[in-house]
Design a protein around this ligand. Structure first.
Ligand code: C5P
Length: 422
């Protein structure tokens, strides 16, 4: 896609510019698109006009720039402009504007135009790295991707503020190629919908990963042990950490089998998912797939006990006290760790106190090379996490961040140890 830029004649786009310093690059983007024979209608937010003048954009595109919702007689410019477009491209898209798009706000001409569209929407984020990694922005990114919006970038690099990290807008040349491809045959759009949780810039960044082709089997989420036909014993695990690890592993090129307990999450695209409920089912699924695995990661909050004799019928209420007999469940991680040709095993430990002490003991007892410990109170159900990794070399802190970032760091560490041991 990078090698040539074929013409996409007679296509029209709306180029939306929002208020970030990368707005100056929109001029070059407009120039490149016009050169390709694309009709470019620029729409700017008021904030964008502080970074680049409408006169510049008008001169480059040969069309008056849309800014004010009320600038035509009937206030209908948003409908006319969006109906005429084959695609809307927002470059740069600020964090604020992405939040608006994600919630469906329409309080200026550009956001109204996006809401009124019946054509693809391509968004090129540009913001400071902290703003990009902020949980709110990441939530908005997920929502936009789920809504079918295509993300172009961002890339990593030096930022206008002097910091370095993820959040730079893709260069105009790269954006122009993506826009042309999207207009011609939907290449970018299809690519993006295949990997909804990952933007193109991120995919490029991760493509050099050490996990290429490595098979990872992981368990995630809670388990459910039946008491009777309608009641059961479970826990508050949301599955978010396990799903984030599955997603990070896919980004890094791994083949992922995700054995998942009952959760309310959409699995990452590309993972082979086995849905289970009880520990017995989880154990069977792990046994069925473990022979092919290079790495096993036990993230699931597996019930230590199950009801000895669950009732097939709903138990009737009575005034007498009720005693449930619980029997121990198999330890899936310990089983995998003890296999003759065991994969490289990573365990999790959710502790409510004495994290280091319990984690060290657990790593020894389960005989696994790497154990990731966290405080149950701050990890379960949360969108953020902080891990302390325990391995032969000692302890390593992965500081508090959103679970996907923590998952990426954990997998980098895992990959290093795994490859060293090969
Ligand atoms: O012993 P504990 O339950 O704290 O160990 C937690 C780790 O062991 C997690 O990685 C969890 O997925 C795994 N585990 C398991 N089977 C069990 C209990 C825990 O795989 N029955």
């Amino acid at each position: 896609m990078r090698a040539t830029m074929k013409h996409a004649k007679s296509k029209r786009i709306v180029l939306g510019i929002t208020g970030g310093i990368a707005a100056y690059k929109a001029a070059e983007l407009a120039r490149l698109l016009v050169k390709q024979g694309i009709e470019v209608q620029v729409a700017m937010t008021e904030a964008a006009t502080h970074f680049i003048t409408p006169a510049t954009m008008q001169a480059l595109t040969g069309r008056p720039v849309l800014i004010d919702q009320w600038q035509d007689d009937k206030g209908m410019s948003h409908i006319h402009a969006s109906r005429a477009a084959d695609a809307i491209v927002i470059a740069p898209a600020t964090a604020d504007f992405m939040a608006k798009l994600a919630t469906g706000l329409a309080d200026d001409l550009l956001s109204t135009l996006c809401l009124a569209r019946d054509c693809p929407l391509l968004v090129a984020p540009a913001m400071n790295k902290q703003m990009w990694s902020n949980a709110a922005t990441q939530r908005n990114v997920q929502r936009l991707l789920a809504d079918g919006v295509t993300l172009l970038g961002p890339a990593s690099g030096v930022q206008a503020c002097g910091e370095e990290g993820m959040g730079r807008m893709l260069e105009p040349e790269a954006l122009a190629l993506d826009v042309v491809a999207a207009l011609q045959n939907g290449t970018s759009l299809q690519e993006s919908s295949l990997t909804p949780a990952l933007s193109r810039g991120e995919r490029e960044q991760k493509s050099t990963s050490a996990l290429n082709g490595i098979k990872i089997l992981l368990t995630a989420g809670p388990t459910y042990e039946a008491i009777d036909a309608v009641r059961g014993i479970t826990n508050r695990s949301s599955g978010k950490m396990g799903y984030a690890i599955a997603q990070a592993a896919l980004e890094m090129g791994a083949q992922v089998t995700l054995v998942s307990g009952p959760v309310a999450l959409t699995p990452p695209v590309g993972a082979q998912v086995v849905q289970v409920s009880s520990v017995a089912e989880m154990f069977e699924a792990v046994k069925a797939h473990v022979a092919q695995a290079d790495i096993f990661i036990g993230v699931a909050a597996v019930a230590d006990y199950r009801v000895a004799q669950p009732s097939e019928q709903k138990l009737k209420k009575s005034d007498a006290s009720l005693t449930l007999e619980l029997v121990p469940n198999p330890d899936i991680l310990a089983y995998v760790g003890g296999l003759p040709n065991a994969p490289f095993c990573v365990g999790f430990a959710a502790e409510s106190e004495k994290l280091r002490e319990h984690a060290t003991e657990k790593r020894k007892k389960k005989n696994i090379p790497l154990l990731a410990a966290n405080l149950a109170q701050s990890a379960i159900g949360s969108d953020n996490n902080e891990l302390v990794l325990f391995d032969d070399a000692g302890e390593h802190l992965l500081p508090r961040a959103d679970k996907l970032s923590v998952a990426r760091a954990l997998l980098q560490h895992t990959a290093t140890l795994y490859l060293k041991g090969k």
